[in-house]
Design a protein around this ligand. Structure first.
Ligand code: CP
Ligand code: NVA
Length: 307
C-alpha cells in the first residue's frame, strides 16, 4: 500500500491522532528519528511560492537523514511541459516520495494515481492538510482536549478552512466558521462531513456572523483573504471581508486566554491587525514552527516500511 498524504478525509480519528502524537514525539526526541529517512530522497514540486511548507519538508527530510531536491514553478510545469502522469512515472524511478504544491487539486490526485511512491499534498486550491495537522498539534499542545474547545475560523472559506473542517469533523470538537456568504467553504465538503460529525460528535457551524462566532472562542483562526492564484480579486475581497478581521475589538469577545492562530503568510492590516498578531494571545510562530514536526511525521508515516 502506498501511503499518500492527500487529504485528512482519508484518515480515521485514530490515525490522525497517531500522526499528531508522532509529530509531538519527533519534537521532543529529535535524535530518535535522525536516520528515519536514511538513503531516501524526497522531491519537492512547488508551483506556488512557499516559505514554511518548503522549509518544513526540505529541512525535515534532511534532519531525518534523507536528502531533498526542489523543483520551482518554472521547472516541471505539470501538464504543460509534459503530462502529469508521465512526470509521476518518471519520478517514481528516481525518488522515494514527492511533496506537491499546486493549483488544481486534480493535479495532486493525478500525480498520486500514476506514482508508485507516496505523494504528499503541500497545498492545493482545495486543501492544505499538512498545515492543519500542525494546527491540531499546536491547539492540543497549549489548550488540551480539542473536544472541549470552541474553535472559530474567520475569513475566507478556502483550502485551510476546508482542511480544518475535515480535521474537526473527524476528530470531534466545535468548529465555527464565519465567512461572507459568497465565500463559504465548499458545499460538497459541508455535506460530506455530516457523516463524520455523526460518528465523532463534532459540531461544525457555518455562519456569516463574525461577532457571534468569536464570542467565547478558545481559539480564533484566520488566513489571508486573497489566496495564491486569486490575486486579481484582491480589491473586491478587501471590502467584503472587512468585518471578518481579527482585531482587538473582536478579540475582546473571545475568552481572555483565547489562542490566536494564522497559518501565515499574514497580510497585516487586512485579516489580522499588528496588535493582535504581535500580542499576547498570538501563537502564530509556535504554530509555524510546528509545521516542521508535522512535516517530519508525515514523511516518517509515508516512508515507513510496510508491516
Ligand atoms: N502556511 C504555509 O503553508 O506557509 P507557506 O505558504 O509559506 O508555505
Ligand atoms: N489560503 C492560503 C494559504 C497559504 C499558506 C493560500 O492558498 O494562499
Amino acid at each position: 500500500m502506498i501511503r499518500h498524504f492527500i487529504s485528512l478525509k482519508y484518515f480515521s480519528a485514530q490515525e490522525l491522532w497517531k500522526l499528531v502524537n508522532l509529530a509531538s514525539d519527533i519534537k521532543k526526541n529529535p535524535d530518535k528519528y535522525h536516520e528515519a529517512l536514511d538513503h531516501k530522497t524526497v522531491g519537492l514540486i512547488f508551483e506556488k511560492p512557499s516559505l514554511r511548507t518548503k522549509t518544513a519538508f526540505f529541512v525535515g527530510t534532511e534532519q531525518l537523514g534523507g536528502s531533498a531536491i526542489y523543483y520551482g514553478s518554472d521547472e516541471i510545469r505539470l501538464g504543460r511541459r509534459e503530462k502529469t502522469s508521465d512526470v509521476a512515472r518518471t519520478l517514481s524511478g528516481f525518488l522515494d516520495a514527492i511533496v506537491l504544491r499546486t493549483f488544481s487539486h486534480d493535479n495532486v490526485l493525478e500525480l498520486a494515481q500514476y506514482a508508485s511512491i507516496p505523494v504528499i499534498n503541500g497545498l492545493s486550491d482545495l486543501l492544505h492538510p499538512s498545515q492543519v495537522l500542525a494546527d491540531i498539534m499546536t491547539i492540543t499542545e497549549h489548550k488540551g482536549d480539542i473536544k472541549k474547545l470552541k474553535v472559530t475560523y474567520l475569513g475566507d472559506g478556502n483550502n485551510v478552512c476546508n482542511s480544518l473542517i475535515y480535521a474537526f469533523s473527524i476528530l470531534g470538537g466545535n468548529l465555527v466558521v464565519a465567512t461572507p456568504r459568497r465565500y463559504q467553504p465548499q458545499k460538497e465538503i459541508i455535506e460530506e462531513v455530516k457523516m463524520y460529525c455523526r460518528i465523532s460528535g463534532a459540531n461544525i457551524t457555518i455562519s456569516e456572523w463574525a461577532q457571534d462566532a468569536a464570542r467565547d472562542a478558545d481559539v480564533l483562526y484566520t488566513d489571508v483573504w486573497t489566496s495564491m492564484g486569486k490575486e486579481q480579486e484582491q480589491r473586491k475581497r478587501l471590502k467584503v471581508f472587512r468585518p471578518y478581521q481579527i482585531n482587538e475589538k473582536i478579540l475582546l469577545l473571545a475568552k481572555n486566554d483565547c489562542m490566536v492562530l494564522h497559518c501565515l503568510p499574514a497580510h497585516r492590516g487586512e485579516e489580522i491587525t499588528d496588535s493582535v498578531i504581535d500580542g499576547n494571545n498570538s501563537f502564530v510562530f509556535t504554530q509555524a514552527q510546528n509545521r516542521l514536526y508535522a512535516a517530519k511525521a508525515i514523511l516518517v508515516y509515508a516512508l515507513k516500511k510496510n508491516g
